[in-house]
Design a protein around this ligand. Structure first.
Ligand SMILES: Cc1cc2nc3c(=O)[nH]c(=O)nc-3n(C[C@H](O)[C@H](O)[C@H](O)COP(=O)(O)OP(=O)(O)OC[C@H]3O[C@@H](n4cnc5c(N)ncnc54)[C@H](O)[C@@H]3O)c2cc1C
Length: 399
């Protein structure tokens, strides 16, 4: 079967939702198709490791974003796009072809794999709603779980499982949890949140292989030891899903993403890319590929408007956030604890702003328990990175 749409979006994630809404800001009637591999309509992915565990009132039903109802987009789910033909202006999905006027690649990324450790009944590479539902079911038996990776997904899932009374072992490569990102004092405080919650931390260890059977999972550790658990959850980040773009001859960047210009256009005519998969020229940070929700939603809305005729450029420097065990942190730019750090207290009790100095430049800013609603603090962080000046550290600060 063949159908034509004015706009085709490949990938049914967070960018797809924002892009369809962005299109509708300028084009009320153009036809939109969203072709997504997951069986679920776009939903807020961060809820998978946060609110769905921490808020008993918040259920899977609450995650619906209402993309199709609000925009009239045709959602084609459970459908993997396997090829793009930029000359014929169509994509292939199974036996079908879909013609496009304008095409958006919003394919996100695939979870980074541990060699030899396959996803299965007891091994979850955590990314989708299906993964959340699967892990919930496993958690009901209160198993011993290894969470692999100390990033935001690993730490949030470890906390969620401990809350569910599972026996949790968090395996990560740093000497102290997030010690390569946070200044020593904050990294120690961060790690204490986890040990206080009863989570066993196995530091300076990387999982290099493993296998699972009916009885459990055996993980191979880089020091030659093994770790036996009932369940393993892997949260090691993603590899950008660029296979379609690569096969169609689009330019890819050194960061692995699809290269786009300031209008989020790829190297192929009438093809744009946005979100986790896009390597874009950030106005302040330089060329970047960002795997965070603020980028996905803001860039998604911008690319939708641009595809529908706006001549705007994407000028937003995104921030990242995580909330775990009562601590919320946000960041703009690069957090690298080998750089010189300046730590400023406030404005609230327990809040800190950390500047990471790289010579005269500021490479990144960490906002630790600074109010999540404080957009001014984020703007001040962006300004510090842009100018290298840290005298305007955050709203309300006296420094
Ligand atoms: C558990 C979890 C928690 C998170 N928490 C935070 C957080 O606290 N803070 C934060 O800043 N960010 C967070 N993120 C990151 C944030 O969710 C992502 O940055 C955002 O979802 C990226 O949007 P996207 O549309 O680019 O990719 P995605 O939302 O991943 O969507 C991409 C979609 O494309 C589909 N796809 C890929 N290839 C094809 C194909 N060939 N055909 C059809 N469909 C395809 C995929 O199946 C997927 O559904 C979290 C992510 C996860 C997984």
């Amino acid at each position: 079967m063949h159908r034509d749409f004015d706009y085709v979006i490949v990938g049914g994630g967070m960018v797809a939702d924002s892009a369809a809404r962005g299109i509708r800001e300028r084009d009320e009637t153009g036809s939109i198709a969203i072709l997504g591999e997951e069986p679920t309509a776009p939903f807020p992915r961060p809820a998978l490791s946060k609110k769905l565990w921490t808020d008993p009132e918040f259920t899977v039903e609450n995650t619906a974003l209402g993309t199709d109802e609000d925009t009239g987009a045709t959602l084609v789910l459970d459908t993997r796009v396997t090829a793009i033909d930029t000359e014929a202006k169509q994509v292939t999905a199974g036996e079908d072809t879909v013609g496009y006027g304008r095409l958006l690649l919003a394919t996100g990324g695939h979870p980074t794999q541990v060699e030899g450790l396959e996803a299965g009944d007891r091994v979850v590479y955590f990314r989708t709603l299906g993964d959340y539902l699967h892990l919930r079911e496993l958690a009901d038996d209160k198993p011993r779980v290894a969470v692999i990776g100390g990033g935001y997904i690993g730490t949030e899932i470890a906390a969620a499982l401990a809350w569910e009374k599972c026996e949790v072992v968090l395996v990560h490569p740093d000497a102290v949890l997030n010690g390569t990102k946070f200044p020593a004092e904050l990294a120690s405080a961060f790690e204490a949140l986890f040990t206080d919650a009863g989570i066993e931390i196995q530091a300076e260890r990387a999982v290099v292989g493993g296998s699972s059977g009916l009885d459990g999972v055996t993980l191979a550790i880089d020091d030659g030891s093994t770790l036996n658990v009932d369940v393993a959850v892997v949260g090691l980040g993603i590899e950008p899903a660029t296979e379609l773009a690569a096969a169609a001859g689009l330019t890819l960047g050194d960061d692995g993403g699809i290269v786009v210009d300031e209008h989020l256009a790829t190297s192929a005519p009438d093809v744009w890319a946005a979100g986790d998969v896009a390597s874009y020229p950030d106005r302040i940070l330089g060329r970047s590929r960002v795997e965070h929700v603020d980028n996905a939603t803001t860039m998604g809305a911008a690319v939708g408007r641009i595809m529908a005729g706006s001549d705007e450029t994407y000028d937003h420097t995104p921030y990242f956030y995580s909330a775990v065990l009562g601590t919320r942190y946000e960041a703009v730019g690069t957090l690298d604890s080998t750089l010189e750090t300046e730590v400023v207290d406030g404005p609230e009790d327990g809040a800190r702003t950390v500047h990471y100095r790289d010579g005269d430049a500021v490479a990144g800013v960490l906002l630790w328990n600074v109010s999540g609603e404080d957009a001014e603090a984020r703007d001040a962080a962006r300004e510090a990175i842009r100018t290298g000046r840290t005298d305007r550290v955050s709203a309300g600060s006296s420094a």
